[in-house]
Design a binder for this molecule. Structure first.
Ligand SMILES: [Zn+2]
Ligand SMILES: [Zn+2]
Length: 243
């Protein structure tokens, strides 16, 4: 377990969620990989983006960046949004742009592709919008944060965005991407070899059971053999000379 420079909280703990430190299932196919769920992964993504843009000056300079972080936080508060599910393949993107040609709300320049209804990725659920209409639509759909939610965001900001040294490895806007690849690989190897060991132990146990069963069979055979021997000479075809 790695410690922060202050030695207070773990930066990362293998086989525990990189964001919330809950234990992960012992399954190398578990996704999203080093996080317990999409919400935890998106929380870490948002923290890293926030840290990065706060440090390179874009957060202050670019209202689009502040908007993007606001939207990410809003999705996070709604339980996380699965960027994998919402990623639009290039061919679908091209198809929607060619079909709609302009913003379907105001006829202005088509700048962004919008999911009409939540996550469905088929062209029928996608539409071309201008930036203004897209922002307006998103604002209609996201409720303003409650006091509790605002407090939660403030806590995240103070604990994980403001400190210069990342509080957790998954917050590290410089190291995480490479570290994640390595840690994910290590976890897969570790769990796979554990699975192989389990399988070997299981087949060993099965072999032992089979051997035990065979031994019983031999015993039975022995008994049968002995019984046959035992009764030999007493069967119906055995004749003793009458006395
Ligand atoms: Zn988690
Ligand atoms: Zn528009």
């Amino acid at each position: 377990m790695t410690m922060t420079p202050a030695g207070i909280a773990p930066l990362f703990e293998p086989d525990h969620c990189a964001n919330c430190f809950e234990p992960l299932p012992a399954d190398y196919r578990h996704r999203p990989w080093l996080f317990c769920n999409v919400l935890c992964r998106e929380t870490a993504n948002t923290i890293r983006y926030w840290r990065k843009t706060a440090r390179d000056g874009r957060f202050d300079a670019d209202p689009e960046v502040r908007y993007a972080i606001g939207i990410r936080l809003a999705h996070m508060l709604r339980g996380g949004y699965d960027s994998d599910v919402r990623r639009i393949p290039t061919d679908v993107r091209v198809l929607v742009i060619e079909r709609d040609k302009a913003c379907v709300r105001c006829g202005g320049p088509g700048e962004e592709i919008d999911h009409i209804d939540e996550d469905g990725g088929d062209p029928g659920n996608l539409q071309l919008l201008c930036k203004t209409c897209h922002h307006a639509k998103t604002a209609e759909y996201l409720a303003p944060a409650s006091q509790d939610q605002s407090d939660l965001i403030f806590v995240l900001l103070i604990a994980r965005v403001v400190p210069t040294a990342p509080a957790q490895l998954c917050d590290d806007e410089i190291e995480w991407v490479a570290a994640e690849r390595t840690l994910r690989g290590e976890r897969i190897v570790r769990l796979r070899s554990a699975a192989v060991r389990d399988q070997a132990a299981a087949s060993e146990a099965a072999a032992a059971r089979k051997a035990a069963a065979l031994a019983l069979d031999f015993d039975d055979d022995d008994d049968e053999d002995r019984d046959e021997d035992y009764y030999a000479g007493y069967g119906q075809n055995t004749h003793y000379a009458a006395g």
